[in-house]
Design a binder for this molecule. Structure first.
Ligand SMILES: Cc1cc2nc3c(=O)[nH]c(=O)nc-3n(C[C@H](O)[C@H](O)[C@H](O)COP(=O)(O)OP(=O)(O)OC[C@H]3O[C@@H](n4cnc5c(N)ncnc54)[C@H](O)[C@@H]3O)c2cc1C
Length: 442
C-alpha cells in the first residue's frame, strides 16, 4: 500500500496534525511512534495538568522564544493562543486561565487532552502504531533505488510505480520487536520532538536520519533546565525562592548592554539554581559563561549604597535587622548567608560594619556572579535548544524547502520557548500550519 501521509511521532505536534487533517475514505494515514504508548510527554506536561498555552497579546507572546521568536512569528500568528483555545472549546474541552496567564484544561488533567487528540486522529482515519521506531527515511527516486531494503513487498510496490511518481515518494524504515518493516508514503511529517526526557521516546535519534537527508542540524543542548555553577554556595538554603530577581547570562567576566537578561523567580535547590528566572534563561548558558543575579532589581545599587551609608551613622541595631527591614523581599536566612559570603558577622552593630565589607555585601546582593559549570542534562530538561534549522523549512507550510513532501514540526525544529505553555503552543501552531497545507494538497 502507498500511504498518503505518515506521521512520525504520536506526541503533541504529531497527534495535533492528525487531528486536523481529514482524510478521505480512499486515503491512508498512519502514525508511527517508537514509545510503547502515545503522548507520554504530553501526559507529563505541566506536572500532569497540561499547560497548553499562555494568555495575552500575541505580539508579546512571540518574545518568549529567545532568538527564534522573530523567525516563527508567522507560524504563531497564523494559529494563535486564542485560536487554540477556540479549537479546544469547539470540541467540548473547557479551559481555564490562571492568574499567571497559564492556560490549562478545566479538568487540570493532561489525559483529557491526549484522549481528545486520539479521538480526533482516529475520526480523521489515521491508524496509530506504537513501538515502531523510524530508523530511516529515503526519497524513492531512481537514483537511490539501490539502497532499497530487502523488504520484498516494498520493492515490488516501488518497482511498479511510474518513475515520475516515484520521485515524490518516501520509504520509511521502521525497527519493531519483530524486525524491520518498510512503508511507502507520499508525504511524511516528522513530529519526533527533541532530546529531553528521552524515556518518553523523544531521544533525538531521528536527527541522524534527518542529517542523512542533508538537512542542517543546529547542535542540540538541554533547555528549560536548572543551572549548576562552580562553588554553588546556597545548598543550605535549598527551597529558598526569590521573586522577580534579575538574571543575566554572558560570556566572559563583563556584562554587555545586549547580554540576555530577564526578571523571574529564582529557586535555590540543594545543588543548583532553578525556578522560571533560571530555566527560561538556560537556553543561553554554556559551561564557563557567567550567571549574574541581582536579588533586588527594584532598587538601584547606587541608591542602596547611599541609603545604607545614611542609615549607618550611630545605628546600634544588628546588621541583620537593618538588612531585613531594608530588603523585605529577601528572607533572613538568605541575607545571613550573603553576610557570611561577605565575611561579615550578621549580628554586628550596624554602625561598626567595615565600609569595604558593606560594599562587598551590597555587591553580592545586587550582582551575585557565578561561573556556569553545567546542567543536569536531558533527564531533567523540559525542552531542547537546537534541532533542524528553521532555514530548512518554509514557515508558511512547514515543508522542507529542498525536500518537498517532508514536513517538520514542534521541538524537532530549532525552537524552544519559555515555560508557561509556549512550547506546546509552538507544537500546535506548527502542526496546524502543516495540516492546513497538506489538507489543501491531498
Ligand atoms: C516534564 C515536562 C513538562 C512539560 N510541560 C510543558 C507544559 O506544561 N507546557 C508546555 O508548553 N510545554 C511543556 N513541556 C514541553 C512540551 O511537552 C514539548 O515541547 C512538546 O511535547 C513537544 O511536542 P513534539 O510533538 O515536538 O514532541 P513530543 O511531544 O516529545 O513527541 C514526540 C514523539 O515522537 C516519538 N518519536 C521520537 N523519535 C521517533 C522515531 N525515531 N520513530 C518513531 N517515533 C519517534 C516519541 O516517542 C514521541 O511520542 C514539558 C516538557 C517536559 C519534559
Amino acid at each position: 500500500m502507498i500511504y498518503d501521509i505518515i506521521i512520525i511521532g504520536a506526541g503533541a505536534s504529531g497527534l495535533f496534525a492528525a487531528s486536523n487533517i481529514k482524510l478521505k475514505k480512499n486515503q491512508h494515514g498512519l502514525i508511527l511512534d517508537k514509545a510503547k504508548k502515545p503522548g507520554l510527554k504530553l501526559l507529563m506536561a505541566g506536572s500532569g495538568q497540561c499547560n497548553l498555552t499562555h494568555a495575552g497579546d500575541i505580539k508579546e507572546f512571540v518574545t518568549h522564544y529567545g532568538p527564534s521568536g522573530k523567525k516563527i512569528r508567522s507560524i504563531i500568528y497564523n494559529f494563535s493562543n486564542d485560536m487554540l483555545k477556540t479549537w479546544f472549546t469547539d470540541r467540548g474541552l473547557k479551559l481555564m486561565t490562571r492568574d499567571d496567564g497559564k492556560v490549562f484544561p478545566e479538568t487540570m488533567y493532561s489525559r483529557t487532552v491526549l484522549d481528545l487528540f486520539l479521538k480526533e486522529s482516529s475520526r480523521n482515519c489515521f491508524e496509530l502504531r506504537q513501538s515502531h521506531d523510524v530508523v530511516d527515511i529515503t526519497q524513492l527516486s531512481d537514483n537511490n533505488s539501490d539502497s532499497v531494503t530487502s523488504d520484498k513487498t516494498t520493492d515490488t510496490i516501488a518497482q511498479s510505480i511510474d518513475s515520475s511518481v516515484k520521485d515524490s515518494l518516501f520509504r520509511i524504515t521502521v525497527a519493531t520487536a519483530s524486525g524491520k518493516e518498510t512503508y511507502i508514503t507520499k508525504k511524511v511529517i516528522v513530529a519526533t520532538g527533541g532530546c529531553s526526557y528521552p524515556a518518553t521516546g523523544s531521544d533525538g535519534a531521528i536527527f541522524s536520519v534527518l542529517t542523512a537527508l542533508d538537512l542542517e542540524l543546529i547542535p542540540c543542548k538541554p533547555a528549560l533546565v536548572p543551572l549548576s555553577v562552580e562553588g554553588y554556595p546556597y545548598a543550605e538554603l535549598s527551597g529558598n525562592s526569590v521573586k522577580q530577581a534579575q538574571v543575566w547570562i554572558y560570556e566572559g567576566k563583563h556584562r554587555k548592554k545586549n547580554s540576555p537578561t530577564m526578571r523571574g523567580d529564582v529557586l535555590m535547590t540543594h545543588r543548583d539554581f532553578s525556578g522560571p528566572g533560571i530555566i527560561d534563561m538556560s537556553r543561553y548558558a554554556k559551561n564557563g559563561y557567567t550567571l549574574e543575579i541581582n536579588w533586588v532589581p527594584e532598587k538601584n545599587p547606587e541608591t542602596i549604597l547611599s541609603d545604607i551609608n545614611t542609615m549607618r551613622k550611630g545605628n546600634k541595631k544588628q546588621l541583620i535587622s537593618v538588612l531585613t527591614e531594608y530588603f523585605p523581599t529577601l528572607t533572613q536566612a538568605h541575607l545571613r548567608w550573603l553576610c557570611q559570603r561577605a565575611e561579615t558577622d550578621p549580628a554586628i552593630r550596624f554602625t561598626d560594619v567595615n565600609s569595604d565589607k558593606l560594599k562587598t555585601l551590597i555587591r553580592f546582593i545586587t550582582s551575585d556572579t557565578f561561573t556556569i559549570s553545567g546542567t543536569q542534562g536531558y533527564k531533567v530538561a523540559m525542552a531542547t535548544a537546537g534541532g533542524i534549522a528553521l532555514s530548512e523549512i518554509s514557515t508558511s507550510t512547514m515543508e522542507c524547502k529542498r525536500i518537498p513532501g517532508l514536513y517538520i514540526l514542534g521541538e524537532a525544529l530549532d525552537v524552544d520557548g519559555d515555560t508557561g505553555g509556549y512550547n506546546l503552543q509552538f507544537a500546535f501552531s506548527s502542526a496546524m500550519r502543516a495540516a492546513a497545507h497538506i489538507s489543501d494538497e491531498i
